[in-house]
Design a protein around this ligand. Structure first.
Ligand code: PEP
Ligand code: CO
Length: 452
């Protein structure tokens, strides 16, 4: 029986549905005890932050904001440190500045962090030199080392992931509250090694112009312009590991219903978006704004059924589809979906993930993505939405503030030979700082063309 909007829901009702991509924990008692502990820990976010985000997403749906969602493919316990967190925040802040300035729209900033510790995999096992082991499913489940012990799912890892998420969130909140995002000091967000980035000059010119505008407004107002020294930042992750998400699902005073208080904005991955599946059942019952990754195999009718289950009341800001088709198939796969949703008059926020359809392997064995394909999918997305009379309301990117070489191309024209220099991801290849900034500038140019 497919998940239905009227059947009784509870934080654990997903257990009666087929659940994909979940680990098998060999020690049931250890699992129960980790879950008990997690149920009693304080939440990581609040219901009013979640509802504020939902209102902002409703504005993005209406074309009054643009959503920038980005961060690592997978966070790792080892990289929960101050420089990785602050560098990632710097890149996102710089990109959002480029977008605000160029699009003349407020930006909704959503990090893929503070909880992005569980990963879906295309195969359950991995074989190296004739040895087959269960695959790595993210630090929240098991460890990446290729040994039998490392790959056993350990429920204590959920407790560690919760703590690491809290530390990440705490640091981000402290930075932002302390004035890190103050427009009077965009130099706070400079990355030490960036000096000669190909686009640094264009960026610095824009920062200079913004500084002038801020000073002008303050002269006009005769004092500091209110609210220019802080921004909102929200968190998101793929809510894949339901035994964890269930424990973070709470009721709060003076609100009806249930909230997932581990993150503001959970999403359903492409591999777990089956209509009758456990993940859909879980998501339909929480009040957070939610998103679903939509790949090339989804048919228009299936998409409408997803909306029936996940947003039966057509609530503004509730549901986003993050399409991730590939540069080669977006032109044929996306338009029928846009037409169906438009024809049915459904309220959807459309976000483009130009990363996950464009993953490939190089001849020297690296998993990579070509900047040109990422750019092409994104540019086509803008055009296809314009042609369909729908609106692209945001982007979803995998990026890092570290100086990595994981994606090919970009202004510095990274080649296959460059990949080995600084290839650090444990899962998918990420845009580095320069490539990420380039994408932000490209969005501004493309939107300008469409509007013009
Ligand atoms: C991801 O976002 O890291 C991911 C696995 O994406 P998708 O579900 O779109 O494949
Ligand atoms: Co990924």
């Amino acid at each position: 029986m497919p998940a239905s909007a009227d059947a009784a829901w509870a934080p654990d009702s997903w257990r009666s549905r087929p659940a994909l991509q979940l680990p098998h924990y060999p020690d049931a008692e250890a699992l129960a005890s980790a879950q008990d502990e997690l149920r009693n820990l304080p939440p990581l976010v609040t219901s009013w932050e979640i509802l504020a985000l939902k209102r902002q997403l409703a504005e993005a749906q209406a074309g009054e904001r643009f959503v920038l969602q980005g961060g690592d493919c997978a966070e790792s316990f080892a990289e929960c440190n101050s420089s990785v967190i602050s560098n990632r925040l710097k890149v996102l802040l710089q990109m959002s500045l480029v977008l605000v300035h160029g699009l003349k729209l407020p930006v909704v900033r959503v990090g893929r962090f503070a909880g992005q510790y569980a990963k879906p995999r295309s195969a359950d096992t991995e074989t190296i030199d004739g040895v087959t082991l269960p695959c790595y499913r993210g630090d929240m489940v098991n460890a990446p080392a290729f040994t039998e012990a490392a790959r056993i799912p350990d429920p204590r890892r959920m407790v560690r992931a919760h703590a690491r998420s809290a530390m990440t969130m705490n640091f981000v909140r402290a930075l932002i509250d302390g004035g890190f995002a103050d427009l009077h000091h965009p130099e706070y967000w400079d990355l030490a090694w960036v000096g000669h980035a190909p686009l640094a000059h264009e960026y610095q010119r824009m920062v200079g112009a913004i500084g002038d505008a801020v000073r002008f407004m303050e002269t006009l107002a005769g004092g500091q312009v209110h609210n220019i020294n802080r921004v909102d930042f929200y968190t998101s992750h793929e809510a894949l590991l339901l035994p964890y998400e269930e424990t973070q699902t709470r009721q709060v005073p003076r609100q009806h219903g249930w909230f997932n208080l581990s993150t503001h904005y959970p999403w359903i991955g492409m591999r777990t978006a089956a209509l009758e599946g456990a993940h859909l059942e879980y998501f339909r019952g929480i009040r957070n704004p939610i998103a679903v990754k939509v790949g090339p195999s989804v048919a228009p009718d299936q998409l409408l059924r997803l909306i029936d289950v996940l947003n039966p009341d057509d609530e503004p800001g509730r549901l986003a589809f993050i399409h991730r088709m590939s540069a080669g198939s977006i032109a044929s796969k996306l338009p029928p979906l846009l037409d169906a949703v438009k024809r049915d008059g459904r309220r959807i926020l459309w976000i483009c993930d130009p990363m996950h359809g464009n993953t490939e392997s190089t001849s020297n064995g690296y998993k990579t993505r070509r900047f040109d394909n990422i750019r092409s999918e994104l540019e086509q997305a803008f055009d296809l939405h314009a042609a369909a009379g729908t609106r692209l309301g945001g982007v979803h990117l995998e990026l890092t503030g570290e100086n990595v070489t994981e994606c090919l191309g970009g202004a510095r024209e990274l080649t296959e030979l460059d990949l080995k220099r600084a290839y650090r991801t444990t899962v998918d290849p990420r845009l580095n700082y320069e490539q990420a900034l380039e994408i932000a500038m490209l969005i501004v140019r493309k939107r300008g063309q469409i509007a013009g």
